[in-house]
Structures are given as structure tokens and as C-alpha cells.
Design a protein around this ligand. Structure first.
Ligand code: SF4
Ligand code: SF4
Length: 134
């Protein structure tokens, strides 16, 4: 009798979680590397954008420890270059969300000293809390 595999269970909970939050199909990526080649902040990343999606495809939870998921500026350059139509910033956002759920906030209000609040632009503060806290 033919065995029908449940693809969702074979691929693992971590992969399903990323795909559900991001709305992207990780297996669509064929590792062409165009996202990494055009990323304007790749120089400051510890792993390249295509490596992030490769680790995500394989269900490697270590990807949550990559600096890259926080360095991504969501500039959408990779989205415009991807031949497979993958919205990589949404994958990065999903990974950040999972990180914050699992490990807690990266930025808390008590880390900001009062003198800084007078100098920092309000938009930068709001943007930082949206990105680095749950
Ligand atoms: S450009 Fe798209 S298909 Fe190519 S490696 Fe990046 S995410 Fe994958
Ligand atoms: S959205 Fe992120 S990964 Fe994509 S090109 Fe911009 S900074 Fe790089």
C-alpha cells in the first residue's frame, strides 16, 4: 500500500511556523543568490540573506541567533531581484518574531538612559521598539 506522507509533519514545526507567519513558501527558493548579491547591508551581516533562507528551509533553529535577522533593513531590494517572488524581509520578520517569542525582548525601556531620550529622534525610538520588542 502506498504511504502518503504528511508534508507538514515531515518538514517540521519550525519551518511551518516561519511559513505561517511570513506567508512565504521557503521551498520556492532555489538558492540563486541574487538577494545576497544586491543587498546593500550584506557587508554588515554575519550570514548572507540566501543563507538565512537556506537554514530556514532546513529547519535549522540556529538561524535565530544570526545577527542578519536584525541587520536586515527591510529595504525590499531583494524582493525586486528574486526570480521566485519570495518576500525575504517577511521571512526575516517572522524569524525576529519567533526569536522574541522564544527568548524575550532584545530592547527594553530601562536600557535607555533619560539623556538619550532627549537626543534620540522619536521615530528611531518607536521604530526600535517595534523591531526589538514583542
Ligand atoms: S533571490 Fe530568491 S530564489 Fe534567489 S536565493 Fe534569494 S530568496 Fe532564494
Ligand atoms: S530587505 Fe533586507 S535582506 Fe533584502 S536587500 Fe534589503 S536589507 Fe538585504
Amino acid at each position: 500500500m502506498r504511504t502518503i506522507l504528511n508534508l507538514q509533519s515531515v518538514r517540521g514545526e519550525f519551518v511551518n511556523r516561519i511559513e505561517t507567519i511570513s506567508g512565504q513558501s521557503l521551498l520556492a527558493c532555489n538558492q540563486c543568490g541574487k538577494c545576497s548579491a544586491g543587498c546593500p547591508v550584506a557587508f554588515s551581516m554575519d550570514i548572507l540573506p540566501n543563507q538565512v533562507i537556506r537554514m530556514a528551509q532546513l529547519g535549522m533553529e540556529d538561524v535565530l541567533q544570526a545577527k542578519t535577522i536584525w541587520t536586515c533593513a527591510a529595504c525590499l531590494t531583494c524582493v525586486s531581484r528574486c526570480p521566485k517572488g519570495i518576500d525575504l524581509p517577511r521571512v526575516m520578520e517572522a524569524l525576529r518574531q519567533i526569536y522574541l517569542e522564544e527568548f524575550g525582548n532584545v530592547l527594553t525601556t530601562d536600557q535607555i538612559v533619560p539623556e538619550q531620550t532627549e537626543e534620540l529622534p522619536q521615530l528611531a525610538l518607536i521604530g526600535s521598539f517595534r523591531k526589538y520588542s514583542f
